[in-house]
Design a protein around this ligand. Structure first.
Ligand SMILES: C[S@@+](CC[C@H](N)C(=O)[O-])C[C@H]1O[C@@H](n2cnc3c(N)ncnc32)[C@H](O)[C@@H]1O
Length: 248
């Protein structure tokens, strides 16, 4: 199957890395701990984005590889983790041979792929007994960002977004089971996103929107962020990510 078309991540790659790149580090560290990633472990980060997990895994001594359909994301990843074997491609068509990895990670990426083919591809590139380690946003009610997203939807005349099943308790475990992976561990971690001023706040929450949309919806973002603003003007949003690890 052909990899998916670049779906719009390339135009925002550099800004995404600056504003959101480090956000998921608590989940990345939890995955690397649970999968015992250390010296010599062959790890593929599928949908590696700007390469933050690759950096953390390489610093633990893993032999790291990453893929992403977005060439611009891969270019940023190459600067974060120059030792990584980086290849263009999505989860549905991983450009490596059978059994090439001990661990495959996917952080906030599997939901962007066609899940059935993606899980089959992960199984194919994992060695027997290898681990699939997934992480993604928890349900919106656990995320202060959800308050801002609801305000944006209301300002735009839209209903609040519904949570997809993989965000809910047991959702990632169900994904692993659907792919034939035996559950090893799963948990929830807190992750805080910080905006130092209103410009950073609006740019981060409305990342990828055009200037007109930011002008129209930005005031709703700033108003909704008031409860989360400190006296120094910094907005800190407490959020949660779920993670789960399964064995092939
Ligand atoms: C929210 S970013 C997450 C990046 C990174 N995994 C992380 O730790 O934060 C989503 C990434 O998934 C990539 N992506 C989009 N469709 C994909 C697919 N079908 N397979 C794998 N990655 C995909 C995007 O290009 C983007 O780099």
């Amino acid at each position: 199957m052909a990899p998916p078309e670049d779906d719009g991540w390339s135009p925002i790659a550099t800004e995404w890395a600056t504003r959101w790149g480090g956000f998921a580090d608590p989940a990345r560290r939890a995955l690397l701990d649970a999968a015992a990633v250390g010296t010599g472990v062959r790890l593929l980060d599928a949908g590696c984005g700007s390469g933050e997990l690759l950096r953390l895994a390489a610093d633990r001594g893993a032999a790291v590889a990453g893929c992403d359909p977005s060439p611009a994301m891969l270019a940023v990843a190459g600067r974060s983790a120059p030792e990584a074997d980086l290849r263009t491609g999505g989860l549905e068509a991983l450009p490596w041979p059978d059994g090439a990895f001990d661990v495959v990670t996917a952080v906030n990426a599997l939901h962007l792929a066609d899940q059935g083919p993606a899980l089959a591809e992960v199984r194919r590139v994992l060695a027997p007994g290898g681990l699939l380690a997934l992480a993604g946003w928890a349900e919106r009610s656990r995320n202060e960002l959800g308050v801002l997203e609801a305000a944006v939807a209301a300002a735009d005349g839209e209903p609040p977004a519904e949570d997809p099943e993989d965000r809910l308790p047991g959702g990632l475990e169900a994904v692993l089971a659907a792919g034939g992976f035996a559950l090893v561990a799963a948990d929830l971690v807190e992750a805080t996103w910080t905006a130092v001023d209103d410009e950073a706040l609006v740019a981060g929450v409305l990342l990828g929107e055009d200037v007109g949309t930011k002008g129209e919806l930005g005031p709703a973002v700033v108003a909704a962020a008031a409860p989360f603003r400190s006296s120094d003007g910094v907005v800190r949003l407490r959020n949660h990510l779920r993670w789960a690890v399964g064995r092939r």
